[in-house]
Design a protein around this ligand. Structure first.
Ligand SMILES: Nc1ncnc2c1ncn2[C@@H]1O[C@H](COP(=O)(O)OP(=O)(O)O)[C@@H](O)[C@H]1O
Ligand SMILES: [Mg+2]
Length: 201
C-alpha cells in the first residue's frame, strides 16, 4: 500500500540526504526503519507525508502517486507523530489538541466531540480532556498527539522517534498503544528510530 521507488532528496542540491531509497510496505504491517542520527530518517518521513518534495523518485500510497494534485487525498491516508511532545501540542487543552486536525473537515461540534472522546478513550486520555499541556507527562502528550493523528482516520501512521524523548514508562505506554493500533485497528505502522531496543519490539 506504500511504495517508494528510487527516492532521493537533497536540501542544497548537492549532498543527498536520501539516496535511491526503495520501500514496499504492505497494509496492516508494522515496519521499523532504523538508522543513526543524520541518516535521513526524518527527511524520509517528511517526504512520505508530503512535507518535502523528493528531488527524484516516486511515492505511491494505495496506488495514488504523491504529487501536488493528490496531496490532499494522500494526507487523508497517512499521518505522522514527531519526536518532541511539546512542539506538536497545538491545542489549549487536550480536547482542542485532538480536535485540531478535524477542524478543517466540516464536522459539526457534536461530531467532533464524539470523535475526540472516542480517540481520547482509545489512548487512555479520556479523563484529561480539559487538561492543559503543562499538566501532562511526556508520554501523555505523545498519546494525545497519537489520538489527534488517529482522529484523522488515516490508514498509515508514521512515528518518527515518537518515544525518544520519553522515560521508560512513557515509552512502554506508547509501545503498548502501537500494538493495539496495529493488531486491533489494523493500522499500518512505520516506527522510525535510532534505538535498537525500540525497533526490536
Ligand atoms: N532543514 C534542513 N536543511 C538542511 N539540511 C538538513 C535539514 N534537515 C536535515 N538536514 C540534513 O539532512 C541529513 C538527514 O537529516 P535527518 O533526516 O533529520 O536525519 P535523522 O532523522 O535520521 O536524524 C542530515 O545531514 C541533516 O543535517
Ligand atoms: Mg530524525
Amino acid at each position: 500500500m506504500l511504495k517508494v521507488s528510487d527516492l532521493s532528496f537533497s536540501y542544497d542540491g548537492k549532498t543527498k540526504a536520501l539516496n535511491h531509497i526503495n520501500l514496499d510496505i504492505k497494509k496492516g504491517t508494522w515496519v521499523s526503519i532504523l538508522g543513526h542520527n543524520g541518516s535521513g530518517k526524518s527527511t524520509l518521513s517528511k517526504c512520505l507525508v508530503g512535507l518535502l518534495s523528493p528531488s527524484q523518485g516516486e511515492i505511491e500510497i494505495d496506488g495514488l502517486p504523491l504529487n501536488g494534485e493528490n496531496l490532499i487525498d494522500i494526507r487523508q491516508k497517512i499521518g505522522i507523530v514527531f519526536q518532541n511532545p511539546d512542539n506538536q501540542f497545538v491545542g489549549v487543552t487536550v480536547r482542542h489538541d485532538i480536535a485540531f486536525g478535524l477542524e478543517n473537515q466540516c464536522k459539526t461540534p457534536e461530531e467532533m466531540e464524539e470523535k475526540v472522546k472516542y480517540y481520547a478513550n482509545l489512548v487512555g486520555m479520556q479523563d484529561f480532556l480539559s487538561k492543559e499541556p503543562h499538566q501532562l507527562s511526556g508520554g501523555q502528550k505523545q498519546r494525545v498527539a497519537i489520538a489527534g493523528a488517529l482522529a484523522m482516520e488515516q490508514d498509515i501512521l508514521i512515528l518518527d522517534e515518537a518515544t525518544s524523548m520519553l522515560d521508560p514508562e512513557g515509552r512502554e505506554e506508547i509501545v503498548e498503544l502501537i500494538k493495539v493500533l496495529n493488531k486491533e485497528l489494523n493500522k499500518t505502522i512505520i516506527t522510525i528510530t535510532h534505538d535498537l531496543s525500540f525497533a526490536a519490539d
